[in-house]
Design a binder for this molecule. Structure first.
Ligand code: PNS
Length: 164
């Protein structure tokens, strides 16, 4: 069976944790659509188009990974893409409650879709986009958390924000 999976998220910015989940799901499914959610947070550091561009560059090495964005309900988007699976990464128990609620709600909305949760690799379990932004805001090192091009873009953005 050739299963399409959708991996949705904010990806503001993409981290090594996200890339770990993308790489592993690309080995499990025929096609993985990484879907940047639009209009979720007004206080995002990167506009969605930039997040899409970054993800496109970072995932070029995996032939069955596609980057897209979506507006509205995830299940409607997944149906449109003819996906059978939603992928989410779990870093710690603290993620579980939110993911559990979302998986059940999505199942209620679209019973034909299943959520597959992948445990984020141990070495990435403490990474989150919010932590990356917080460390960068105070000038800390984020080299182990995001690829170098994301690091450069984060610092560039923050410099621009300070100038405003
Ligand atoms: O990376 P994030 O911010 O944890 O991703 C959350 C996301 C974008 C996957 C979630 O908020 C979402 O699916 N939003 C789309 C709107 C929707 O379908 N909401 C109902 C989810 S039960």
């Amino acid at each position: 069976m050739r299963i399409t999976a959708v991996y949705p998220g904010s990806f503001d910015p993409p981290t090594y944790g996200h890339l770990d989940i993308i790489e592993r799901s690309s080995r499990m499914f025929a096609r993985v659509v990484v879907a940047v959610a639009l209009n979720i947070r007004k206080d995002a550091l990167f506009p969605p188009a930039e997040r899409v561009r970054m993800l496109e560059r970072l995932t070029r090495r995996w032939g069955n990974v596609e980057i897209d964005s979506f507006r509205g309900l995830l299940v409607d988007y997944a149906r449109k893409r003819e996906a059978r699976v939603l992928v989410r990464g779990l870093r710690a128990i603290s993620d579980f409650e939110y993911e559990f609620q979302m998986a059940h709600m999505n199942k209620k909305l679209a019973p034909e879709l299943d959520t597959v949760m992948l445990m984020t690799g141990e070495q990435h379990s403490y990474i989150s986009s919010n932590i990356v932004k917080e460390i960068a805001r105070f000038g800390g090192r984020i080299d182990d958390l995001v690829p170098s091009e994301v690091r450069d873009s984060v610092f560039q953005k923050m410099k621009g924000a300070r100038r405003k």
